[in-house]
Structures are given as structure tokens and as C-alpha cells.
Ligand binder design. Structure first.
Ligand code: PLP
Length: 451
């Protein structure tokens, strides 16, 4: 694969003009290829996070670039309801090869936050159209992230990102997460009976089921918690609870979708079909901005019966994004990369667990497929985190860059410091070995600087 020479940022002083917040820092990148980023001075960094857990087929695939160019030559912009070959092909491909059975309706957006916001709007519109206007509450969970619009921040439970904005956010109820390392209910596996999922039902009953529109949750908690995988019973039971109370189940798979966890969607691990599924990131693999909301016929039926429409975003289903998504999904299918994500994910998880076993600043290494999180603490024995001001995860990421690897910083609430790994599914064994060496060293570097 060849990547064309790109202009580089030669003058380091120019970088100061770039950050929006004065004083912020950035990393100059000259080009990227496969799983590697290259700095203007020629140094290489392994993109262990696929950007923001986005890049699934790797950087620099020429067929995707060609598909995008051809789409733009054919039609630059069209209102989203107009059908083009690429749009129809993408919807057909999603239905045929990707979406869980029963999820047939597709509406596209420009990104994840927009998509979750649209999913909330869809849930509300569904209930209103069905004659249940009192159903307006969206139940979320602590330790979750659903995006940065005010509505998605409101349904999310990301303490750091909500801080200071609370007066502007809907006061929607929150359920405890399945965070077994520090169980919010004070219980322990395997005897807990997965009480955290029953806590969602208790919350629905407390709020009054007739007032609840939806439960919104990430099937594998992404960067806010650091790839927290639920017990196997969790999602089937959650789906049953929602069904029993007439509450829509919204699975936010912006991070976990499109093969990242080793199945098309994470809900597929448990055979659950939510009412509404949300995707983003991996859909177009970073080659173009794109997200999507996918729903069952039953969700759209009352809206259609009332002759209503569902309002679009101007740049939704952009021809360039549709072409990019089609080409990226085609690569995933042709190269069987979802199975590879399962395989290489297991290899990376095993290697990291071995390399970090007994590490004094690692509380847990967890994940599913190529969505992996490492929870960092000051003291492994007591699980005491570093103080918030230490910004320990950020220090580990900075140290990782110095050692040639980009890890994604995360963590929120009780899971204060987390780094995530989500490399392209094409990652090779030597690159996995490299990461398993680089991460412990980066943690050691950061610990030395943190005292
Ligand atoms: C689970 C989840 N939902 C929503 C979003 C928001 O997506 P975006 O940043 O594309 O707006 C993210 C982003 O990280 C995410 O991980």
C-alpha cells in the first residue's frame, strides 16, 4: 500500500495557532498508513487506538479514497431523502450483512452524538405518535458516554464531561452500571445475581413505567469506563425488562459496533435485538464522518401511521460518506476482518494481561474483541486511584507517545483513569507484541513523574 507524500508541518511554532483553547497542545502528523502514524520528523507512532476507536480497516486504503472521489464527481450534495446508488447500496448492505435480524429501518447522520440525539428524538416521537405522550424520560446509566450534545450528555453518566453543564441538562434518571471491579451495589460476582440489571427495573418502577420512554446503554461500556463487559445474563434480561414495561431499548454501539468487539454488533454476543441501535465511528472507519440510527419496523409504525416524517440533518447521508462507508464495509467483509478482530483482540488482551499481571498501577485489563481498557490506579492492592489533578491517564498517553504508541485516554467517575486500545482490525502479531511492551513502560514513566 502506498501513501502519497503529504505536506508536513515544518515550523513547530505554527502549532500554537492550532488549539482552540489557548495553551492547548497537539501532535503534528505528516501522514498515516495501515496502523501507523508518521510525524514530520519521520518518527512513527503505532495508532493503538485507531484514532478515537474509529479506524477499523487502517489508514490509507486507496479504494476508499477512489470511491469517495467518484461519489463527489457524481453528485456533491443532495438532500438526505433523495436516493442515490451509493445511499441505496449502503442501506441494502446494512440490512443484508450487518444489522441484527428485525432491524430494518436505517437513517444516517454525520456522527455519533448526532445519531444518539436522533435516537432519543425517535424514541420520543414513537411514543407520542402511539398516543403515549407521557412517556418522556430517558433512563441512562452512571459511567457511560453517549455524546456531547446537551441531550446526549444528559442521558450519559460521564461526570467530567457533564461538569458545570448540569443546569442545562435534562434531569434524567440514572441506573448503576455493571462495574464489577467496584460494584456500586457492594456485591461481588458470581453471587450477585446481576442485581445491577434488576436495579434498572426498580428505577423504571420508581419513576412510573408510564413515564419512561427508553433505556439507553452501551452494550460494552466504552472509553468512559474502559471497555467494561457485562455479565452474559445482563443484556437478555435488560431486553426482557424493557419489553415488559413498554420501554424502548436503545443500544448505543457508536464505539462497539461494526465489528469492533468481534461480532457485527456487541449485542450479537448475547442474541439481543434492541428496538433502536445506534452506530458511528466504525461505519465509515474514519474515512468520512458518518453515524446511523437503526430501528425495527415496530418503532417506525406509529410514526408512519400518522403520516409524520423524521427530520434529517443537512449533511446526513452525504454522498461522500455513503461511498466511504460502502467501501469500508466491503473491505471488512472481503477480508473477514470482524473474525480477525475477535482473534487479534483475544491475542492482544492475553498479551496485555500477561505483561501487566501484578503491575502496581494496574487494577484491571478488560475488554471484548479489539475494544480493550486498562484501569490505572495509584495502588493496586487498595485500588486507590491517583488524585484527579494528577491526570494520570493523560500522563500515560503522553508517555506512550514518547515510546511510539498512541493509547486513548478515558475514565470517568469511579473509573477515574483508564487507557483504551482499539487498533485497526488488521493489526499484526509483531505490533501486538510492541504494544504489550510499550504500555507497561509508559505506565512506569507516568508513575515516576506522578510521585
Ligand atoms: C458510545 C458512544 N456514543 C456516542 C459517542 C459520540 O460520538 P461522536 O464523537 O462521533 O459524536 C461516542 C464517542 O466516543 C461513544 O463512544
Amino acid at each position: 500500500m502506498s501513501v502519497r507524500k503529504a505536506p508536513v508541518l515544518g515550523d513547530v511554532a505554527r502549532l500554537a495557532a492550532y488549539p482552540f483553547v489557548p495553551g492547548g497542545t497537539t501532535v503534528p502528523i505528516a501522514r498515516a498508513e495501515g496502523a501507523w502514524l508518521e510525524l514530520p520528523d519521520g518518527r512513527r507512532i503505532l495508532d493503538a487506538a485507531g484514532g478515537a476507536i474509529v479506524s477499523n480497516v487502517g489508514h490509507g486504503r486507496p479504494e476508499v479514497a477512489r470511491a469517495v472521489a467518484a461519489a463527489l464527481e457524481q453528485a456533491t450534495y443532495l438532500v438526505p431523502p433523495f436516493a442515490t446508488e451509493a445511499r441505496v447500496e449502503l442501506v441494502e448492505r446494512l440490512r443484508r450483512a450487518w444489522l441484527p435480524p428485525g432491524i430494518t429501518r436505517v437513517v444516517l447522520t454525520s456522527g455519533g452524538s448526532e445519531a444518539v440525539d436522533a435516537a432519543l428524538r425517535l424514541a420520543r416521537q414513537h411514543h407520542v405518535a402511539a398516543g403515549r405522550p407521557e412517556r418522556r424520560k430517558m433512563i441512562g446509566r452512571d459511567l457511560s458516554y453517549h455524546g456531547t450534545t446537551l441531550a446526549t450528555l444528559a442521558v450519559g453518566g460521564h461526570a467530567k464531561r457533564r461538569a458545570g453543564l448540569e443546569p442545562l441538562l435534562f434531569d434524567w434518571p440514572k441506573a448503576p452500571p455493571h462495574y464489577c471491579l467496584r460494584c456500586p451495589l457492594g456485591l461481588a460476582r458470581p453471587d450477585c445475581g446481576v442485581a445491577c440489571v434488576d436495579a434498572i427495573e426498580a428505577l423504571i418502577l420508581r419513576e412510573g413505567p408510564e413515564t419512561v420512554a427508553a433505556v439507553v446503554a452501551e452494550p460494552v461500556v466504552g472509553s468512559s469506563g474502559g471497555a467494561i463487559v457485562p455479565p452474559d445474563e445482563y443484556w437478555p434480561r435488560l431486553a426482557e425488562i424493557c419489553r415488559r414495561h413498554g420501554v424502548l431499548l436503545v443500544a448505543d454501539e457508536v464505539m462497539s459496533g461494526f465489528g469492533r468487539t468481534g461480532r457485527a454488533f456487541a449485542v450479537d454476543h448475547w442474541g439481543v435485538v434492541p428496538d433502536i441501535l445506534v452506530g458511528g465511528k466504525g461505519l465509515a472507519g474514519g474515512y468520512a464522518p458518518m453515524g446511523g440510527v437503526y430501528a425495527t419496523d415496530a418503532v417506525l409504525a406509529p410514526i408512519a401511521a400518522r403520516g409524520e416524517d423524521f427530520m434529517f440533518y443537512t449533511y446526513a447521508a452525504h454522498p461522500a460518506s455513503c461511498a466511504a462507508a460502502n467501501a469500508v464495509l466491503e473491505i471488512l467483509e472481503r477480508e473477514q476482518l470482524v473474525a480477525r478482530a475477535a482473534e487479534q483482540g483475544k491475542r492482544l488482551l492475553d498479551r496485555l494481561r500477561a505483561a501487566l499481571a501484578g503491575h502496581p498501577h494496574v487494577a484491571e485489563v478488560r475488554g471484548l474483541g479489539l475494544l480493550i481498557g486498562v484501569e490505572l490506579v495509584r495502588d493496586r492492592a487498595t485500588r486507590e486511584p491517583y488524585p484527579a489533578e494528577a491526570k494520570f491517564a493523560g500522563r500515560v498517553v503522553a508517555a506512550g507517545l514518547g515510546r511510539g504508541a498512541f493509547f486513548y485516554p478515558g475514565g470517568a467517575g469511579a473509573a477515574r483513569d483508564v487507557v483504551c486500545l482499539g487498533p485497526p482490525f488488521t493489526i499484526g502479531d509483531p505490533e501486538i507484541d510492541f504494544l504489550a511492551e510499550a504500555l507497561p513502560r509508559a505506565i512506569d514513566d507516568a508513575a515516576r513523574r506522578s510521585g
